[in-house]
Design a protein around this ligand. Structure first.
Ligand code: ATP
Length: 656
């Protein structure tokens, strides 16, 4: 073959600024592009062999090698795949790869936000020039009688081709790194990048540091063996010299074989029936480095109408305050694309942890195009449906597990209902709530059990300790309440109310239901109560220096309760909202009446205050008010200080 030279229609003035601009943040993807090209070359050869067009040599193993040399600042990526003939290099590299790069640049040069490009696909082989000044290809085609080709290009705008000296089938790409990219020949950095993108590529990848000292290389191999044992069992297995038996020796010889740094058959590629529980857990640990066991998982396995495989895990949430942040890793034919691509995966599913492999995804388009792509929408809907099916199936068939996991999965389900109408429709009959006894019930269960006393309301508590006084009163009156302690519950119940105007949620301290009060006869008794209310209102307003304080005197059945504070549901929700949006300083009263102080006419202390209202009873009024507030919300700092010193004062009086 004669020496051949050529020039590309791309020139350095137009290409490099763009490459730098687009790929600055993650130019490590060249590893992914070149390694996946090598995998493709091997897959193609395997296919030819199945079709009978290529005869495999006995015992031949397909493999890909990455060899870094930090001293020479080079990286070699070698595959023993299909290789290329002279004509193929001309066609695929000189024309396709370079014109592909050109098309890519034309498509993206006007975009201003690099986020719009998903995974920077379409740049392929050309991405090598992001990190290298000089790139060479040595390749020998599998076709009998082929001659090997040497190709090289400096800067990616001009190339030279000549006959090469490669004697084995396949392709060897060598990158001579540019000054800014030396890091990629560093063993640890290289492994980190390869592990990120190539952990599950379908061909075994072997990594070598050509400059590692011999001793270190041995150590490295040992380490790799130990690593592999950790990976395989999930536990570190120590190699003890003490029990060296013959069998062990043999094993050791075998173990000295270098191990690939990837797993070419990740669990999601297997049929769910062939995967054990331990395998699912081990995969979870290895991929997400989360040593808390997942609660359960869903193995997605679909061939028609599109190809999609994956495993979604429901992670364990430790406390209600644990921020729930998952990761969904997206793959394309076992090649890692990116985490949490919200265009493909419904946002609420990002609270889960999982992997999704979808070979049919159109990846060389911008993100905004993905968002409007009907096919992508179908994928997203399919995933949502599968998750809802799994959960509803569990409710129907394994109610006990469903209840056991509920506290962990409910924030996720509620968030899903808030975010995704389809998910909500599928899940709405399977939402359960914990009641005051700690049992799980549905809303219809609640309505049925409380229909006589709850006045069509659904009572709930948000803090079992703080609201214990109210809870006790509810229990005494035989009315149940739901326990809604998570932040997501408030928006969730608001949504339920919007969806169904017969639903009214009310926190247990919002008002006193009639069940707590004695009946008051019209006439003299009612008049007396009114008189007390007026007198005590005046007294408390004066003592507490709160002109607008609402005071109500009621005959509560439980005479031990002296005072309570109620705050209407609407006002409280409004206050919560203002807190959430940081609207401090605004008067919550402007949205309606604020707290009401309820005094129990049946309580001895309240009676005492009424009877001695003309004497100095301010210490009792203040203390009663604070006690009422305390069972409603925490006191503010100044009020708390006063409360404590007043309590001491009272005790001192008693001691005298
Ligand atoms: N290691 C290799 N062995 C054999 N052929 C290769 C190899 N690398 C590249 N090629 C050939 O060069 C072509 C162009 O490669 P390039 O990576 O630019 O684009 P691509 O792989 O087709 O698409 P993508 O943009 O998805 O990477 C490939 O289609 C393939 O035919």
């Amino acid at each position: 073959m004669s020496r051949e030279q050529g020039s590309l229609s791309i020139n350095s003035e137009n290409i490099f600024p763009i490459i730098k601009k687009w790929l600055y943040s993650d130019h490590d993807i060249f590893y992914r592009e070149l390694i996946s090209n090598g995998c493709d070359a091997i897959t193609k050869l395997k296919k030819l062999s199945i079709m009978g067009e290529y005869e495999e040599v006995d015992g031949e193993k397909y493999r890909l090698d990455v060899i870094v040399s930090p001293e020479n600042k080079t990286i070699k990526i070698i595959d023993n795949g299909i290789g290329m003939t002279v004509d193929e290099v001309k066609q695929y590299i000189n024309q396709i790869a370079f014109s592909g790069a050109e098309a890519f640049l034309a498509q993206y040069k006007d975009k201003t936000n690099e986020e719009q490009i998903i995974g920077h696909f379409g740049l392929g082989f050309y991405s090598a020039f992001m990190v290298a000044d000089r790139v060479t290809i040595d390749t020998l085609s599998y076709k009998p009688g082929s001659t090997s080709v040497h190709w090289e290009s400096e800067g990616g705008t001009e190339f030279e081709m000549s006959e090469g000296d490669k004697e084995t089938r396949g392709t060897e790409i060598t990158l001579y790194l540019n000054e800014d990219s030396y890091e990629f020949s560093n063993e640890y950095r290289a492994k980190e990048v390869i592990q990120k993108y190539c952990s599950f590529m379908p061909v075994e990848i072997y990594f070598t540091n050509a400059d590692a000292p011999i001793e270190e290389k041995k150590e490295e191999e040992k380490e790799e063996i130990i690593d592999a044992e950790v990976d395989a069992d999930g536990n570190a297995v120590e190699n003890s010299d003490a029990d060296d038996t013959e069998a062990n020796e043999e094993e050791k010889v075998e173990d000295k074989e270098p191990k690939p740094i990837n797993n070419p058959t990740p669990l999601w590629t297997k049929h769910p029936n062939d995967c054990s529980e331990e395998e699912y857990k081990e995969f979870y640990r290895n991929v997400f480095h989360d040593f808390k066991e997942p609660l359960f998982w869903i193995h997605l396995n679909m061939d028609y109408p599109f190809n999609l495989k994956g495993i979604l895990y429901f992670p364990k949430i430790n406390t209600e305050y644990d921020s729930v942040e998952g990761t969904i890793k997206l793959y394309n034919n076992q090649v890692f694309i990116a985490d949490n691509i919200k265009e493909v995966i419904p946002e609420f599913l990002m609270l889960l942890k999982g992997v999704i492999d979808c070979p049919d995804l159109p990846l060389n388009v911008s993100r905004s195009a993905l968002q409007n792509d009907g096919f992508v929408k179908k994928i997203s809907e399919y995933i949502t449906k599968k998750v809802a099916d799994k959960l509803s199936g569990m409710y129907k068939v394994e109610k006990e597990s469903y209840e056991k996991y509920w506290d962990d999965i409910s924030p996720f389900i509620k968030y899903g209902c808030l975010k995704d109408e389809k998910f909500r429709d599928k899940m709405k009959d399977f939402i359960i709530f914990k009641n005051l006894e700690g049992k799980y019930i549905t809303l219809p269960d609640y309505a049925e059990a409380n229909k006589e006393k709850a006045n069509d309301k659904i009572y709930y508590a948000t803090d079992l300790q703080q609201q214990s006084q109210y809870i006790n009163m509810f229990k005494e009156a035989g009315i149940d309440a739901l326990v809604l302690t998570h932040n997501i519950d408030q928006p969730f119940i608001s949504q339920l109310e919007q969806q169904d105007d017969k639903l009214h949620f009310q926190r247990i301290d919002a008002d006193l239901t009639d069940s707590f009060k004695e009946e008051v006869a019209e006439g003299e008794e009612a008049d007396k109560l009114k008189e007390k209310t007026d007198a005590l209102t005046e007294l408390f307003r004066k003592v507490l220096n709160k002109e607008k304080l609402e005071v109500k005197v009621e005959k509560l059945k439980n005479e031990n309760v002296s005072s309570m504070v109620t705050l209407s549901e609407e006002s409280r929700r409004m206050q919560d909202m203002m807190k959430m949006y940081n609207m401090y300083g605004m008067d919550p009263g402007m949205f309606g009446s604020s707290e009401t102080l309820v005094l129990n006419a049946n309580n001895k202390l309240v009676q005492y205050i009424f009877e001695h209202k003309d004497e100095d009873v301010s210490i009792f009024c203040e203390q009663l008010y604070d006690l009422a507030l305390l069972s409603h919300k925490p006191l503010e700092a100044e009020a708390m200080t006063k409360f404590i010193s007043r309590s001491n004062e009272i005790m001192l009086k008693m001691a005298k």
